[in-house]
Design a protein around this ligand. Sequence first.
Ligand code: AMP
Length: 128
Amino acid sequence: MLGGHFNPLIFTKAMSEKTIFKRIIDKEIPAKIVFEDDLCLAFEDAHPQAPVHILVIPKKEIASTDQLTQEDGPLLGHIYSVIRKIAAEKNLGGGYRVVTNCGPDGGQTVFHLHFHLLGGRRLNWPPG
Ligand code: AMP
């Protein structure tokens, strides 16, 4: 009965498991938090790709860019205002990059929407 490709029990379990970022939001695992308010959280990436590498995430559980809706517009505007504030605090006046990977082909590994804020060195283009 549970054979075949689709196992509803495994699917339900997978859907109910928290992502690592949700666990950081819930303070179940530690992170180097640089900013937090009611809507979002920002913390240092565990594997920095630049001298400044901060992840900014909404507290709302949105899996990826593909799950965004029109009603998330104000949330995205708020996240970008937080990104600007952190960039200023980190003295990134010379410029920086904001990256959101979407889906496996886009390089996304954590399925909770996040914005990489990268800076502190000259960033190459095009990316890999
Ligand atoms: P992405 O590949 O775009 O989904 O980015 C996921 C990012 O999360 C990577 O840059 C990881 O280094 C980072 N990451 C994964 N786990 C943690 C963690 N526990 N704390 C901080 N950053 C993390």
